[in-house]
Structures are given as C-alpha cells and as structure tokens.
Design a protein around this ligand. Structure first.
Ligand SMILES: [Zn+2]
Ligand SMILES: [Zn+2]
Ligand SMILES: [Zn+2]
Ligand SMILES: [Zn+2]
Length: 215
C-alpha cells in the first residue's frame, strides 16, 4: 500500500471482489468519510465464471481457477490504485493538527482561526459553557445539605458508642437509632444521670457522681 499519499492511519477498507471503497475516520470525533464505490471490472468477469463453474462444474472450473491468480494480482494492483485515489479524494476534508498530529475532519474538529484541531484549541463558547456547567456542579456538591435523618451521623454522634446491631435481637441497625426498630430494645444508654444530671461515662452502670443507677 502506498504510504506517500496516506494521510490518516485511521481508515477502514470496505473493498470487495466487486470493487473498492474506503472509509477514513476523524481522529477526534470518529466521523467516517466514505469514498464512492469504484467497481472492479475484472472482478465481475471472474465471479461470472465462478457462478458458471459452480452451476455446471468441471468444464468451467479450470477457466475460473486460471483466472484466479491473474485476478488476485490484478485486483491487488487495482486496489492499491483505488486506495491512492480514495486518499486524494478525501484528503481535502481533513486537516492535520501541527500540535498533536491528529488528522481531524475540517467540518467539526478544525479550528480554522487558530489553525489547530479543536482538541488543542476548543471553541471558546463551547468551552465556556462546559466550564460554567462544571462550576455549577461543583457548587451543588459544595452546598449540598445532609438529609435530616443522616444528620445523626454528624460529629457529636461519633462520641457515643454506636451499635451496629441490636444487643437483644441482633437486628442490624440501618440508622443511628435510639431504640431497635425490630424489638424496641434501648440501644443507647442515657447520657446524663437522672438523679443529679451529671454527664455519664459511656457504658457506666451507675453515676460516678451520685451512685444513681444509669438508665
Ligand atoms: Zn471530527
Ligand atoms: Zn491538536
Ligand atoms: Zn432488637
Ligand atoms: Zn448522678
């Protein structure tokens, strides 16, 4: 395949026995540009022979086989020529970015003003709009408030012992609840003494200040 004219490695060969067609893709947006289908003349003769030989067998098959090797050599040559033609045909639709070397489509991905691909030099309006949206999303995250029930996960609640499951029935606790929603067992010991109001040490059975039984 002739490399001199090849402008983009990003193409697909749609050629068949019947003819040639290539599709070149933009490195940035991946849009494909197809060449018009160029029929391969000798291909038609060969496949006519092929059809005849499969219908009648024997007599025609020798002729078909003989043309096979000639055909493939001819086809290869025609294919190479068709590729060069295809590259010439579509080359004007593409530009190569001098900064990132990508071959991009002129239509959507080329910033004519800057002479760079839009990956390297985006349209400012598009970029501003995207930046603004991204900023709005940041604001949403920064100012999001906790749901009321999740506030029980707030800082002050980490000071007390949190039970992951009920000590009585073993039910896992979905929230930082005071009582087990399954059996009603008390999950938290009261923080203050009912007798003197002193702060109780977590897990204490009696108040350290007055000896009152803790809740
Ligand atoms: Zn493109
Ligand atoms: Zn670029
Ligand atoms: Zn329980
Ligand atoms: Zn007390």
């Amino acid at each position: 395949m002739s490399d001199s004219i090849q402008f983009s490695r990003n193409y697909s060969d749609k050629s068949t026995e019947q003819g040639f067609q290539f599709e070149f893709f933009c490195d940035r947006c991946s849009n494909g540009f197809r060449t018009s289908f160029r029929p391969y003349a000798i291909g038609k003769i060969s496949s006519a022979l092929g059809t005849a030989s499969s219908l009648f067998g024997g007599v025609f098959s020798t002729a078909a086989n003989a043309s096979e090797s000639v055909r493939s050599a001819n086809w290869e040559r025609a294919h190479d020529e068709a590729f060069v033609e295809a590259a010439k045909e579509l080359r004007p639709q593409f530009m190569q970015c001098p900064r990132c070397s990508a071959w991009v489509c002129r239509e959507k991905c080329w910033n004519t003003k800057k002479g760079l691909c839009k990956g390297c030099a985006p349209d400012l309006g598009v970029e501003m709009s995207a930046a603004q949206s991204s900023r709005s999303v940041e604001e949403v995250w920064a100012h999001a408030a906790m749901a009321e029930e999740d506030k029980k996960l707030g800082e002050e609640n980490w000071r007390e012992t949190i039970r992951a499951s009920c000590p009585q029935c073993g039910a896992p606790q979905a929230t930082n609840a005071k009582f087990c929603p399954e059996c009603g067992a008390k999950l938290k010991s009261s923080e203050f003494c009912t007798g003197c109001g002193a702060k109780l040490v977590p897990g204490a059975k009696f108040c350290a200040e007055c000896g009152q039984k803790a809740g």
